[in-house]
Design a protein around this ligand. Structure first.
Ligand code: ADP
Length: 170
């Protein structure tokens, strides 16, 4: 089963991805998690993307693509995968199509999670407040100003993918 989850920040892509992967026994591939791990480990990619991620903007397509290609070639991804947070731009979507064709693979479903913007803002700010109160580590991009940038990036760069995949009957 190969599924792509589309949805703005706070829509619940991570939560739904976890439920789907446990149902189908496939890996959960979250580009946000991959990039955050790279930042934490201070890898070459991590050092390059840290500031961009903290600003709420999208990191360069080539860096994300490299990470996805690497991850999809691993043995557990041969069973399928749930992609969470990728593709996020038209150019990532077309590059991903090329990759699928090269590998002889097809997507089964693309699922859009649609949530009102005020609810998204409220969820993210509540998550940040509760994490802070619980002594946890708050994501540096979970604040009002950066959420606005993330929502804007979603509306401008990612939302067009809904029609793109719809036109492919996915
Ligand atoms: P959210 O959906 O809440 O914004 P993610 O964990 O998916 O959270 O992404 C966090 C950040 O990681 C994004 O704001 C962006 O900077 C970077 N990122 C994740 N996936 C991609 C991608 N496919 N292309 C470009 N940047 C990405």
């Amino acid at each position: 089963m190969r599924i792509v989850l589309l949805g703005p920040p706070g829509a619940g892509k991570g939560t739904q991805a976890k439920r789907i992967v446990s149902e189908y026994n496939v890996p959960h591939l979250s580009t946000g998690d991959m990039l955050r791990a790279a930042v934490l480990a201070e890898t070459c990619i991590g050092l390059k993307v840290r500031e961009t991620m903290e600003s709420g903007q999208l990191v360069p397509d080539t860096l994300v693509l490299a990470a996805v290609i690497e991850r999809i070639s691993q043995s557990d991804s041969q069973r399928g995968f749930v992609l969470d947070g990728f593709p996020r731009t038209m150019s990532q979507a077309t590059a991903f199509d090329d990759l699928l064709v090269t590998e002889g693979l097809e997507l089964d479903h693309v699922i859009e999670l649609h949530v009102d913007e005020n609810v998204l803002l409220d969820r993210i700010l509540t998550r940040a407040r509760e994490t802070k109160e619980g002594g946890g580590l708050v994501r540096p991009d979970d604040n009002y100003e950066t959420m606005k940038v993330r929502l804007d990036a979603y509306n401008r760069q990612t939302a067009p993918l809904v029609d793109y995949y719809r036109s492919k009957s996915l």
